[in-house]
Design a protein around this ligand. Structure first.
Ligand code: CA
Length: 225
């Protein structure tokens, strides 16, 4: 699980990171709203902890822009302000939850777990498109013709493309989501895995395909006509 922490007060940011890393979450930190928006747009995070009052652009503006760009990552707003209208505005802007500073470590972690659970349930129910769906318990891709067992990476790759069907997902986004940022050699693996999952899609369904957008990435969509 990878969490983005956006907090301009370095001591608070350090404290949050220490709490999260102790629980085994991978974390990245940024200290202004502009960088936060850039990071959110990579779509590689499982959750974002987002302060409202930030340099450059506010957390709420960054959140609105990310939501408008189609980013659905769960966002918990962190703020010193406890005024009711800020909470309402934050939730209306697309935040999933709200924590008022100062908060304790136990509450922070419980909110993170609750939001991740909700998100995972939503993702697994969304892992269907046209006549195909992913069965998480059996790790199978099921279609109207057949079903077929998937390897772990094949499953993660198809899950990502299915959830984002009809959107062009760039090679960078896919590699970051499925393999992580750690290794450049994964770009070759992406092509290999795309050809694996294409064959399996063809076996289970005659209506869903992965289209190559040359030099950009891939898009899972229905066949035309
Ligand atoms: Ca702040």
């Amino acid at each position: 699980m990878r969490i983005l922490v956006v907090e301009d007060e370095k001591e608070i940011a350090d404290g949050i990171v220490a709490i999260l890393e102790q629980e085994g979450y991978r974390t990245d930190v940024c200290y202004d709203g502009f960088t936060a928006l850039d990071e959110m747009l990579t779509d590689v995070y499982d959750l974002v902890l987002l302060d409202i009052m930030l340099p450059k652009i506010s957390g709420l503006d960054a959140l609105c822009s990310a939501r408008n760009a189609g980013i659905q990552t769960p966002v918990i707003l962190l703020t010193a302000r406890s005024r009711q209208e800020d909470k309402i505005f934050g939730l209306d802007s697309g935040a999933d939850d709200y924590l008022t500073k100062p908060f304790d470590a136990g509450e922070l972690l419980a909110r993170i777990r609750a939001n991740l659970r909700r998100w995972e349930n939503m993702q697994s129910s969304k892992c269907s498109f046209a006549d195909v769906y992913l069965d998480q318990t059996t790790m199978k891709l099921c279609g109207s013709i057949h079903s077929v067992k998937l390897g772990k990476k094949e499953y993660q790759l198809l899950e990502y493309l299915l959830v984002n069907h009809d959107r062009i997902m760039t090679r960078d986004m896919i590699v970051a989501k499925v393999w992580g940022y750690d290794d450049n050699t994964e770009y070759n693996q992406l092509d290999v895995y795309i050809s694996f999952v294409r064959k399996k899609l063809k076996f289970v369904s005659d209506t869903v395909v992965i289209v190559t957008n040359k030099g950009v990435g891939y898009c899972l969509q229905k066949t035309e006509g």
